[in-house]
Design a protein. Structure first.
Length: 306
C-alpha cells in the first residue's frame, strides 16, 4: 500500500524555510499526505554542529505531524518533496488569509524556543506602547534577485512619520546590522531598545561569518525567531520586505495600529555583477530612493498616513 507520508527537505534560511513548510503543508492537504519536516538530512544555514546530528526544524519548532523525521526515514516508505511550493506568492503572503490559517494551525515553537521568546516578551511588555522597526541590511543589499532593503534615510522618514501619528513610548529595533543600530541610537537616543542579538558590519551574511561563539549559526536561529515574535507584539511596525517582517505580521494575526511597509525594486535592477550592484546601490541611495516613487514606495497597511 502506498504510504501517505510526505517528507520535506530543503536548504535555506530560517524564515524562508517557514514559508516553504507552510506551502508544503498546503500541498499535503490537497494531496492527502501526512507532512513531515526533515532538516536532519540536509545542510542548513542555521545548523547544529555536534557529534550527534539534529533535525534543526524541531530545535526551533514542533514537528508538524505525529510522525518524526527519524521514524519516517527508518520506515523508508515516504514520498520525498524537495520542490518549491506554489500555494502562496513569494512576496506579501502575510496578507493571504489561508497562509495565516495554515501557519497558526500548524507552526508552533519548540519548548526551548518558546522559553526564550516568552522571557523577552515579558521584558518588552514592561516598556509601554512600542513601535517595532525591522532594519534588514548586510547581505540583503547585494543578494541577487532580492528586493532592495530600505535605506537608513527611508526607515528614518517612516519612523518619524509613525512617531508623529502614533503615541509610542519606545522604539524596538530588530536588526543584524551594527551600523544601523548605532545610527538609530544616535537619532532617537533613549527611545531605542533592542536585544542582545549578534550583529555585524559590512555586506556578508551574518550566519556565514566566522565566530568564536559556540554554535554560532544555531544560536542565530533562536535570535531571528525572537525578533519576529517580538515585532509581532509591538503596537506599530515599520519595515521593508523580508521573511521576518512578513512573518511578524502573520504571527500577530491582527492589524497593527500603524503599519508602514517600504517597498523597492530588486538590487540587480541594472545588472547582477557585484560591481554593478554596488554602483547602482550608491546611485539609488543618493538620488531616486530619497523621494516617493518606484524606489521608495510606501504601503500603509494601517491606512493612517493617507
Amino acid at each position: 500500500m502506498l504510504s501517505r507520508t510526505a517528507l520535506f527537505r530543503q536548504e535555506g534560511a530560517l524564515f524562508s524555510s517557514v514559508w516553504n513548510v507552510v506551502g508544503f503543508i498546503a500541498w499535503c492537504q490537497e494531496q492527502g499526505f501526512d507532512p513531515v519536516v526533515d532538516f536532519l538530512s540536509v545542510s542548513r544555514v542555521n545548523s547544529w554542529k555536534g557529534n550527534s546530528p539534529r533535525n534543526i526544524w524541531t530545535e526551533y519548532f514542533r514537528q508538524i505531524s505525529a510522525v518524526s523525521a527519524e521514524e519516517a526515514i527508518s520506515r523508508g516508505d515516504y514520498l520525498l518533496f524537495e520542490e518549491r511550493p506554489t500555494a502562496f506568492p513569494v512576496h506579501e503572503y502575510s496578507q493571504k488569509q489561508l497562509y495565516r490559517e495554515i501557519f497558526h494551525q500548524n507552526i508552533f515553537l519548540s519548548e526551548k524556543a518558546q522559553q526564550i521568546v516568552s522571557f523577552w516578551e515579558d521584558l518588552l511588555a514592561q516598556e509601554g506602547k512600542i513601535l517595532g522597526v525591522h532594519a534588514r541590511g548586510t547581505d540583503m543589499k547585494f543578494a541577487k534577485s532580492h528586493l532592495s532593503p530600505p535605506t537608513h534615510f527611508q526607515l528614518v522618514m517612516m519612523v518619524d512619520r509613525a512617531m508623529d501619528v502614533g503615541t509610542f513610548d519606545r522604539i524596538f529595533l530588530a536588526t543584524e546590522d551594527a551600523i544601523q543600530l548605532k545610527l538609530f541610537e544616535k537619532r532617537y537616543g533613549q527611545k531605542i531598545m533592542t536585544t542582545d542579538s549578534f550583529r555585524a558590519r559590512g555586506n556578508g551574511k551574518i550566519a556565514h561569518r566566522p565566530s568564536s561563539v559556540m554554535q554560532w549559526s544555531f544560536l542565530l536561529g533562536f535570535q531571528v525567531i525572537r525578533d519576529a515574535w517580538l515585532l509581532s507584539q509591538c503596537a506599530g511596525l515599520v519595515s521593508g520586505y523580508s521573511n521576518v517582517s512578513e512573518h511578524a505580521q502573520v504571527i500577530r494575526n491582527a492589524p497593527y495600529e500603524i503599519n508602514l511597509q517600504i517597498r523597492r525594486p530588486r538590487v540587480d535592477i541594472v545588472g547582477s555583477s557585484p560591481g554593478v550592484i554596488k554602483v547602482s546601490n550608491f546611485l539609488r541611495e543618493h538620488t531616486v530612493s530619497r523621494f516617493p516613487g518606484r524606489d521608495f514606495k510606501i504601503v500603509d497597511r494601517s491606512g493612517k498616513i493617507g
